[in-house]
Design a protein around this ligand. Structure first.
Ligand code: FAD
Length: 459
């Protein structure tokens, strides 16, 4: 029988890779993990965590302003960008250490360096050859910049956390969640932000009401939205970066920084996939079956490199499934499976979006008849804050089963609120259950259990 150095070799120390390596080692497997960059991957270093920290920082601006209505007087403090960056860097490096420690204490051998597949059971890391019975590819993804004249002058989301100096004038290109979040965050931190998107609405794939409502709320906060517009070229001038749009009647803009947040690609280049015979799709993502097994039986892949739902909790969930399949479930537990239905998600724009289930357009396609409940209101806090911010809440109900199949919110703490409702929806909660639930008063969230009348003519 062939012997291998390891039972499992994980390539990539991000959300999915670290979780899989740790859990497999805890089941008694001999595990190695190779990471070429900082431990923790995208989420920890240039994604969810630093972004949320900056989003918190940005929210202070509106809090200072709103505090006047509540009797607080005096001038607002100023942002010290260098201090924010330093504090973020310190916290991220603490997390890098925590990840390493978790792997060490689980007994995972960590290898630093770029890993390349040599064949179905062999990997090279920094000139050293290792063998493993199973290999898990969890190499994530990276931002892409389209072929626009001046592309060498622009930055991606990876660069936004350490910009030097702070961009007083920022142009964000893109309309997905990453573009919207950075537009909101830098607007809150004090930049003049213009966001250019080639479609007529932000956030393709989200509920249309949410898309419209968010655009209106973001505009109120000061983000200048240019929808239906495309960048023609970026040029360096003495005053800054000049951005010309294809439609010459809009722009040009002169800004300090241009962020392109128009797409990401799976990290499959230079991985040796061809040598190992692993099939990728037209977008370069590794194709896997429902067991996360690639076209080569000993090679598994999960997370962003498979380019499905690109979220940290999804990569974590997939990792648990792979480990259960390869090494058995935890003692006394059934093997996990991964369901992609009713995955809640948040967008940390200002205000936040929280959403779970179908959009109205999707629900209309999927179900014969649906009822739509919608509420758009001014939160209690804003009766004194002077802010014109409004909150949107929306429920979609399948008439045949009375099940709530879509729940959407745009408003403060939407992510925090929607997480709890996602449990109810996963459990199949009906509108009758929502109606019989007593609200928590006074909160914004109670609106979700007090919407009695469906909208007459759905929008
Ligand atoms: P990653 O976390 O990307 O890890 C892959 C790792 O593999 C990297 O560390 C990389 O260095 C390493 N690697 C690649 N190739 C090799 C190689 N050949 N050898 C060795 N190492 C290699 N998700 C959320 O759920 N919520 C959010 O709020 C959120 N915000 C985000 C904000 C931004 C700006 C971005 C970019 C992403 C955000 N995401 C968010 C998505 C989330 O970060 C990803 O879905 C998640 O990190 C994917 O995990 P992964 O394990 O697939 O890959």
């Amino acid at each position: 029988m062939q012997t291998f150095d390891f039972d499992l070799f994980v390539i990539g120390g991000g959300s999915g890779g670290v979780r899989a390596a740790r859990m497999a080692a805890q089941r008694g497997a001999r595990v190695a993990l190779a990471e070429a960059g900082a431990m923790g991957g995208t989420c920890v270093n240039v994604g969810c965590i630093p972004k949320k920290l900056y989003s918190y920082a940005a929210h202070y601006a509106e809090s200072f302003e709103e505090s006047h209505g509540f009797g607080w007087v005096g001038t607002a403090p100023q942002l010290d960008w260098e201090l924010l960056k330093a504090n973020r860097a310190r916290e991220i490096s603490r997390l890098n250490g925590v990840y390493l420690q978790l792997l060490d204490s689980a007994g995972v051998q960590t290898l630093r360096g770029w890993a390349t597949l040599l064949d179905a059971h062999a990997i090279d890391v920094a000139g050293q050859r290792y063998t493993a019975q199973n290999i898990l590819i969890a190499t994530g993804g990276a931002p892409t910049i389209p072929d626009v004249p001046g592309r060498e002058l622009v930055v991606t989301s990876d660069d936004m956390f350490d910009l030097n100096p702070f961009p007083k004038r920022l142009l964000v290109v893109g309309g997905g969640y990453i573009a919207c979040e950075f537009a909101s965050i830098f607007n809150g931190l004090g930049a003049q932000v213009t966001q250019v998107h080639r479609r007529d609405k932000l956030l393709t794939g989200f509920d249309d009401d949410v898309r419209r409502f968010l655009a209106s709320e973001m505009s109120k906060t000061g983000v200048k939205l240019q929808l239906g517009a495309e960048v023609a070229a970026i040029t360096q001038t003495a005053e800054g970066l000049r951005v010309d749009l294809k439609d010459g009647s809009q722009g040009p803009f002169v800004v300090d920084t241009v962020l392109y947040a128009t797409g990401r690609r799976p990290n499959t280049r230079g991985l040796g996939l061809e040598d190992a015979g692993v099939a990728v799709n037209a977008h370069g993502a590794i194709e896997v079956n429902e067991r996360y097994q690639s076209s080569v039986a000993s090679l598994y892949a999960l997370g962003d490199v498979t380019a499905r739902l690109q979220l940290t909790p999804v990569a974590l969930g997939e990792a648990m499934v792979v480990v259960d399949q390869l090494f058995g479930p935890a003692a006394g537990k059934a093997p996990r499976s991964m369901s992609y239905d009713f995955i809640p998600t948040a967008v940390f724009t200002h205000p936040n979006i929280g959403t779970v289930g179908y959009s109205e357009a999707e629900a209309r396609e999927k179900f014969a008849s649906i009822s739509v409940y919608r509420s758009d209101f001014k939160a209690l806090r804003h009766t004194l804050s002077n802010s014109t911010e409004r909150t949107l809440m929306k429920l979609l109900v399948d008439d045949a089963s009375d099940r709530v199949v879509g729940l959407h919110m745009v408003g403060p703490d939407a992510g925090e609120i929607v997480q709890g409702f996602a449990v109810a929806m996963k459990a199949g909660a009906t509108k009758a259950v929502f109606d019989s639930t007593i609200g928590i008063h006074p909160t914004a969230a109670e609106e979700f259990v007090t919407m009695r009348e469906p909208v007459k003519s759905p929008t």
